[in-house]
Design a protein around this ligand. Structure first.
Ligand code: ZN
Ligand code: ZN
Ligand code: FE
Length: 763
């Protein structure tokens, strides 16, 4: 059986340093009688092993299935190698600069061991809200510099008591070198304040806070990555008051419940969703509401006109202690006013949140880097990020090839930035909408911070084509080489990068808005793209956006625009359409603007088509947040039907898809009293058919069989699921996002990879 004795080299990439990974590998090798060695590298570890084929395959299986809790394996690259006749298995010491390039762990939810201790009256950390260990606790949000050691974190102000120090120094202790280690004697504390900053004298601030929440009060609570605003999710008055004070009319609030059992009382949860909820990243997961939940779950004001609740489990000891007071669910929404960045600093929180919160539950462990809760949803069999932030950042996306150090500045809304280092792309936490000065400060601070903790000094800066994006303006002021990247090309390349593919591909970039090379607003784009270049193979025909930005806030304006596009000046009677609440005088003004081209920039956006159809169906004429009308149109749809509307495109070098026939079909159905849910289904079916046929046409001409899908419109689960299915039936290979958002949160990754390709191949 000599033939069966083989050698393999494994390159393991991911978070595998500083998390007990090499000792784990050592034990595993020992278990399977393997010889060889393991060593750290700049992007992970390499393992050389020799042994029987069966043992090696079992070893590789266990490597990913049984790895230590905080490790995160991104990929294992397996290679054959000649037998080296190792006589033992060794851990090789890190060489040179690898010590400095250790990946920093994201923040990790409290582990089961710590949770047990914090709830155990006999434990010395009973009810201590800052308990943590090597397997859990804050990381990214408390680090100021590298290497990751206590003096470089916000724990530097707390000197460990002898008991904590002894744990920290003991290699066999769970708290060996746990940098944020603390206890009630030596660590941070919570304090309760009134909104006027007067300290509330209480034995137990957390218990007191729970009482206040039960009385319907709104609390600002300092958490891991920033402040939350909390209210009892089953108290309609508290929730409505929170909406009014936060000036957030309709956008759903996230809720937090103590455990899975409670969550299942008011939401339907699949096994995959449960795994996401209980993962150590603890994201907000969108869960389908139970139909009969009215009495047992969050009140409807928590997430009005939406089939989903955004739900998370507690992720800090403080959350557990608070929720452990018999709440079914607490609203836990970001501690900010509307779209501002969330508060992290105590003074700032009192300044900005005292109009919203009645009380403040504060602590004295500083947050160095703000990090919002991540938001995910399971769609078409995969995890889809709506927001990739706390718990996931700064885990890099691993690229196919090494690229130079690049800083990319992202888009305007849902901004993230990205720094690259070798084969790793570090996408920042969610920064937000760069429309206000405080978000811009946060943007600049994040860039400085990431450069420091990742030890990257970018040689190139990449940004959007839009001259007025604040991220573009920032890039233009920097004294290094600049590369501008078209928005929808960045979307497609972002998806190509995470799937590790090169072009050319067919790229479907379905989006709200993005600046085109002809200065109009693109967003219904069929591109032929590689990493460096793209051409427009097809796009939605341009229609005017009457009033520009106002047409995004008021979808009825888009409805009028599509009606004029389909029917000309003599549009159908809007009284029978969803526009019946809009005065005819206003509609006439909009028609004038369209026909005379006054303040009506052209757009090919599919997001706007969704808005327009939603308005025609009477679903929504005005929106409180971007994408709301389109989302409610999706939510209103029944099962996808076989019926669709007619569609057509004009021939030529670039195919132009006419919205007219679709709009005519919708109008005919509305006049025929067809229910909006059926119209919505037919509309979705139409788009799926149209773009699948379009891909087949391009396939015939250009022989491309890979389709890459990106852009915010694909957050629509019906459309995404339907497109994947239809394209796969036609034998296309379909690539979608699983690591970064479809929305503009993924733009920075695409910009960096395009910039690298441009550099490599010359401008
Ligand atoms: Zn722990
Ligand atoms: Zn202590
Ligand atoms: Fe976009």
């Amino acid at each position: 059986m000599v033939m069966d004795y083989i050698a393999r080299k494994l390159e393991v990439n991911g978070i595998v340093q500083g998390v007990g990974f090499r000792p784990f590998v050592y034990q595993l090798a020992d278990q399977y009688h393997l010889k060889g060695e393991v060593a750290n590298t700049s992007s992970g570890v390499t393992i050389s092993i020799e042994g029987t084929r069966a043992h090696i395959s079992q070893f590789i299986k266990d490597l990913s299935e049984k790895s230590p809790p905080l490790s995160q394996i991104i990929e294992i690259i397996e290679k054959n190698q000649p037998l080296n006749r190792h006589t033992a298995f060794k851990i090789v010491k890190s060489r040179g600069q690898t010590a400095m390039s250790t990946l920093i762990s994201p923040d990790v939810s409290i582990c089961d061991d710590c949770l047990k201790e914090v709830l155990d009256p006999n434990d010395r950390r009973y009810q201590y809200p800052f308990i943590n260990c090597t397997n859990c606790g804050p990381r990214y949000t408390i680090i100021d510099d590298i290497p990751y050691d206590r003096p470089k974190t916000s724990m530097k102000h707390f000197k460990m008591c002898p008991e904590c120090q002894a744990e920290y120094d003991d290699p066999l202790n769970r708290r060996f070198h746990a940098q944020p280690n603390a206890c009630a004697v030596c660590g941070p504390h919570v304090t309760l304040y009134g909104r006027d900053r007067e300290r509330i004298d209480t034995e137990d601030p957390i218990h007191h806070s729970a009482d206040l929440l039960k009385k319907g009060k709104i609390l600002a609570i300092k958490g891991l990555g920033g402040y939350h605003l909390a209210a009892d999710a089953l108290n309609p008055n508290a929730v409505i008051r929170l909406r009014q004070r936060k000036r957030r009319e309709e956008k759903p609030f996230a809720v937090m419940s103590f455990d899975m059992e409670t969550i299942k009382k008011y939401s339907n949860v699949t096994t995959d969703e449960e795994a996401l909820l209980t993962s150590h990243q603890r994201p907000i997961v969108l869960l389908r509401k139970k139909n009969s939940n009215n009495d047992d779950g969050p009140v409807r004001e928590v997430s009005p006109r939406n089939q989903y609740f955004g739900v998370m489990l507690p992720y800090t000891p403080l959350h557990y202690l608070l929720l452990n007071h018999g709440f079914t669910a607490l609203v836990m929404t970001s501690g900010n006013l509307s779209e501002e960045p969330i508060s992290i600093d105590n003074d700032d929180a009192f300044d900005r949140l005292s109009e919203i919160a009645d009380y403040f539950l504060v602590h004295n462990r500083d947050i160095y880097l703000r990090s919002d809760d991540s938001i995910v949803r399971r769609t078409a069999g995969e995890v889809r990020f709506m927001r990739r932030s706390r718990g996931y950042v700064p885990v890099p996306v691993f690229l196919k090839n090494k690229i130079p150090p690049i800083l990319s500045c992202g888009a305007e809304l849902k901004n993230t930035v990205c720094l690259t280092k070798d084969k790793q792309a570090f996408i920042s936490q969610h920064i937000g909408d760069l429309e206000n000065p405080s978000t811009l400060d946060f943007f600049e601070m994040t860039i400085l911070h990431m450069k420091r903790i990742l030890a990257v000094d970018p040689e190139i800066i990449a940004c959007d084509l839009h001259p007025d994006y604040l991220s573009t303006r920032y890039a233009m002021c920097q004294d290094i080489q600049k590369i501008q990247v078209q928005h929808h090309h960045a979307h497609i390349v972002s998806c190509m990068a995470e799937n590790k593919i090169d072009g050319p591909v067919i790229g479907l970039s379905f989006d709200g808005t993005g600046y085109g090379e002809d200065k109009s607003f693109w967003g219904g784009e069929v591109l032929i793209a590689d990493l460096k270049n793209y051409t427009r193979a097809a796009h939605m025909s341009y229609v005017p956006m009457p009033g520009g930005e106002a047409a995004i806030r008021e979808p009825w304006r888009m409805a009028v625009s599509y009606l004029v596009d389909a029917f000309g000046n003599e549009i159908p009677d809007t009284g029978v359409l969803g526009l019946k609440d809009i005065e005819s005088r206003k509609i006439d003004i909009i028609k004038e603007m369209i026909l005379k081209k006054i303040n009506s920039p052209d757009t090919s956006s599919l997001g706007r088509l969704f808005d327009g159809v939603a308005a025609l169906c009477g679903i929504r004429n005005k929106v409180a947040y971007e994408g709301q009308a389109a989302m409610e149109l999706e939510m209103s749809a029944g099962e996808i039907t076989n019926e669709g509307y007619d569609y057509e495109w004009s021939s030529g070098e670039v195919l132009k898809i006419k919205p007219g026939p679709i709009i005519k079909g919708v109008v005919k159905d509305i006049k025929g009293n067809i229910h909006p849910s059926i119209i919505s289904s037919r509309f979705h079916t139409t788009l799926i058919r149209l773009f699948t046929e379009m891909c087949s046409v391009i396939h015939k001409e250009k022989d491309l069989d890979r389709v890459v899908m990106s852009g915010g419109v694909f957050q629509n689960s019906l459309l995404l699921t339907g497109m994947v299915k239809a394209l796969e039936e036609k034998q296309f290979k379909v690539y979608t996002h699983k690591l970064v958002p479809f929305n503009d949160g993924g733009i920075s990754l695409g910009q960096a990879v395009v910039a690298a390709a441009v550099l490599k191949n010359g401008l």
